[in-house]
Design a protein around this ligand. Sequence first.
Ligand code: GLU
Length: 293
Amino acid sequence: MIPPARQKPVFRFAPSPNGRLHLGHALSALINADMAKAAGGRLLLRMEDIDIGRCTPEFETAIYDDLTWLGLAWEEPVRRQSEHLDEYRAALKQLIVRGLAYPAFMTRGEVKARAAQSEEQDRPWPRDPDGAPHYPEDDRFLTDSVRRKRIASGERHGWRLDMESAIASIGTALTWAETGDGETGEIAADPAAWGDVVLWRSDAPSSYHLSVTVDDAAQGVTHVVRGLDLFHATSVHRLLQTLLGLPAPRYHHHRLILGKDGRKLSKSQGDTALAELRKAGRTSEEIRRLLGL
Ligand code: GLU
């Protein structure tokens, strides 16, 4: 029998078209491109545009312009999350059927208020690695008939992972292979640190965690290269991959570019956009040098 041809490594850059790209994105895109090239692999581009309210075609076009200016080439067609909602819905359904996801009726504001109230009474409230309060237990213990009634009455709700049951259903410790700028080697995943993560939002379809997990598998991604701000999120991704029977990519979480005040660059805070550097006459070689590449 002829052995199957060794699959080429597959990398992806996955920006959200909800603002202009800045130097932090350039670093991520260029490291992806450089690593793909060094590995003789493929580079894919994915538009993470499920947040329909904030993502626009203009921002998407601007991303193509910026990446082309940086000298990047990627395979077509570009995958757009907004065109794959059925796949995320199918994944959610698998988890619901197995009793691992439940309808969640509380708003983010209500969750925050509940945590603040508890903390005011000197009772610590668990927080996830990003500092957001865990979702309260209330909805997890609702009976099926109450859930059905509330949904039938049109009450707004999202869907959350029953973290405890999900971890118990796997029954084995999860790890991932990491080669990035932080801790490296075989990293122990700690999904419990995130509490009952959101899988489907009431105000936007799907969630970052669910769609990124489904997409990386659908696109055959073998190497996930992204910023260290997503290091801990990998615990959730490994859990979802395992629950959904999807392969585990290797991970490389790279350093972040910080603003003068030490915080992470952000589109919303108006950090210098690549387009402005381009207009100011900077070249992509200068950007590489600026980024220490
Ligand atoms: N869309 C995410 C961002 O722009 C990146 C997600 C990922 O690489 O997993 O921050």
